[in-house]
Design a protein around this ligand. Structure first.
Ligand code: NAP
Length: 249
């Protein structure tokens, strides 16, 4: 019997974990994580943690490990690893798929394309109590502001990375609409800032904001690379891997 085909899943999302669970043990699956979170949920199959060392490092890793196919199931805002994976797979001729959950409908949100634009949108309307849920890399844009911030991130941050007036919440979701509503009420939130991450794990804040008539500033996703196969569900990604397996055996 032939050895199971080697699949690298670029992880860091719930979809990546779900895909690893479904493909193991039929495939020899390794999930790769950047290592940003101290106690990540452990996926099925093998796990490697830490950057590869740019596109060249990723290419070397793919060759050294004789990877047959790559599924990029990273978070929609993880643009660098996605670009590196496109380039590395292209150069090595390795089949490559991007799995991206669909974006949230922006509805009445103010859509911006960066954290700096989000800050401008918040300040232009004079909001003074801001719920920042857009991730640690976006907090810097709000550093020198007179507003007060409720900041929710997964990992601790140091005082010099945070605006002067804030309360820091460390948590990871999922959240319910009731919890999010209570939180926004408790802290008298006037505006919610979020990335357009999509998915159900953290979408309750949008329903809570709508119910409380709290405006939303939504940071739009980076564009996907061109000419790369992309799917939006774990089902489709699983099918893609299986189809390649049956076609090539
Ligand atoms: P990024 O900007 O695209 O990547 C920065 C660098 O981190 C990459 O160049 C790569 O280092 C390393 N890296 C990223 N993802 C990796 C992975 N899955 N395995 C190995 N190395 C990885 O990514 P990011 O926005 O910092 O996100 C880092 C990770 O957190 C991603 O896996 C993503 O799925 C997850 N995440 C991100 C967000 C977000 O909002 N950005 C939210 C939730 C989860 P080298 O160049 O050295 O290879």
């Amino acid at each position: 019997m032939a050895a199971p085909r080697k699949i690298l899943i670029l992880g860091g999302s719930a979809e990546a974990r779900e895909l690893a669970e479904r493909l193991t043990p039929r495939f020899d699956v390794t999930t790769s994580l950047a290592g940003r979170v101290r106690n990540p949920a452990v996926p099925a199959g093998a796990l490697r943690v830490g950057g590869f060392g740019g596109e060249a490092g990723l290419r070397k890793w793919l060759s050294d490990n004789a990877v047959d196919a790559v599924v990029d199931a990273t978070h929609p805002f993880a643009a660098t690893i996605t670009e590196n994976a496109v380039a590395a797979c292209d150069r090595l001729g390795i089949p490559h798929l991007i799995l991206r959950r669909p974006p949230w409908p922006a509805e009445d949100a103010t859509v911006v394309s960066s954290a700096a634009e989000a800050k401008d949108a918040v300040m232009a309307r004079g909001f003074s109590r801001v719920f920042l849920t857009s991730g640690r890399s976006s907090i810097g844009a709000f550093l020198f502001s007179d507003a007060w911030f409720l900041i929710r991130v997964v990992e601790p941050m140091s005082a010099d990375e945070l605006p002067e007036r804030h309360h820091l919440l460390l948590s990871r979701g999922p959240y319910t609409v009731a919890e999010e509503t209570e939180l926004m009420r408790q802290y008298e939130i006037e505006v919610l800032v979020t990335k357009n991450s999509g998915g159900t794990m953290t979408s309750a804040k949008l329903d809570a904001a709508a119910a409380l008539n709290i405006p939303v500033v939504m940071i739009d996703r980076p564009a996907l690379p061109e000419r790369v196969s992309t799917v939006s569900t774990v089902d489709e990604a699983q099918r893609w891997v299986i189809e390649r397996d049956t076609a090539e055996v």
